[in-house]
Design a protein around this ligand. Structure first.
Ligand SMILES: *Cc1c(COP(=O)(O)O)cnc(C)c1O
Length: 304
């Protein structure tokens, strides 16, 4: 897949002018509707490796609304692989057709193996992997969320020569692969800020397994209670941001990051004349599934 050349988009909002900072968005969401953003970056070298090792099947792990599952299904089909998704939650065995992300992944040929949350916890256990090999034959394993050193290598290609003048690079953080790539390709004059989408203190160490530099920090105040947890003010922020800037966000990752960036700007965290680059890591395919959850919870829905 050849990448389109997508220029950074400047966000024009009165809050930014008032604080004299400039904010640009790297529209990695525009790479592809399904294989978008960081998931394209993370799969690229893994697919090359799987091919060179002679594999015909990719196996990976994920939650039922996971962007990584959809991206692996699409990229796998595109590159001629069979794909298997090991899904968290046995209940999806019979109900995956009701889930927009799983239905989409299945349309690209992914087969599912839905297992209990307890068994899913064992996803790194060699014994469990042995069982999977027995069941499905040999496969190239892509970890949950897609993060490994080849994924980090792919994410090192997000920043380009023309991004060197930014003072701050902001990104969402799930497993930390994306931020690790950004840190590796940043200059030491830049600060990389990660906005975790989930609670937990394991992230710093995970990120340090892939990076040597210290020009980065995690801002952990904007996870909204944990992974995929949302509230009314987040949904309203995303809808308003889209109206004002024409930039769509989703509530699991990019919406939380942008909420955090704008909140920090308003609070004067960035010194005047700062230039900030926010990475739009994609994930927009998840909006449909999120809206059906929001409807059930009687929360406002995301504009589409
Ligand atoms: C998967 C995903 C992330 C998380 O990336 P990590 O490399 O796991 O930190 C961020 N944003 C979006 C839109 C994603 O789909």
């Amino acid at each position: 897949m050849d990448l389109p050349n997508i220029p950074n988009q400047e966000v024009k909002l009165p809050e930014l002018e008032e604080k004299q900072v400039r904010l640009f968005v790297k529209r990695e969401d525009k790479i592809h509707p399904l294989l978008s953003g960081n998931k394209y970056r993370k799969l690229k070298y893994n697919l090359q490796m799987a091919k060179s090792e002679g594999h015909h099947t990719l196996l990976t792990f994920g939650g039922a609304f996971s962007n990584h599952i959809v991206a692996t299904a699409y990229a796998g089909k595109d590159s001629g692989f069979k794909t298997i998704g090991v899904i968290r939650g046995e209940e999806w065995t019979n109900t995956w057709k009701e889930n927009p992300s799983l239905s989409l992944a299945n349309r690209y040929g992914m087969k599912f193996y839905c297992i209990s949350r307890a068994r899913f916890q064992q996803k790194k256990d060699p014994q469990f992997l042995k069982e999977l090999k027995k069941r499905f034959g040999s496969f190239y394993l892509i970890p949950e969320g897609g993060t490994n050193s080849l994924a980090v290598k792919g994410c090192e290609e997000i920043l380009t020569q023309t991004d060197l003048h930014f003072d701050y690079i902001c990104t969402c953080v799930g497993t930390g692969g994306t931020i690790a790539g950004l840190i590796n390709s940043s200059t030491i004059h830049q600060t990389v800020l990660g906005f975790p989408a989930l609670k937990g203190n394991f992230l710093r160490e995970d990120i340090y397994t892939f990076v040597k530099k210290d020009n980065w920090n995690l801002i952990s105040d904007y996870h909204f209670g944990g992974y995929a947890k949302v509230n009314k003010s987040l949904i309203q922020f995303i809808n308003e941001f889209r109206q004002k800037t024409q930039i769509p966000l989703e509530p699991i990752y990019t919406g939380k990051m942008m909420f955090g960036i704008m909140d920090r700007i308003k609070k004067g965290f960035f010194e005047p004349s700062s230039q900030i680059l926010a990475i739009h890591s994609g994930g927009l395919q998840g909006i449909k599934g999120m809206n059906s959850l929001l409807r059930r919870k009687n929360l406002p829905e995301l504009d589409v």
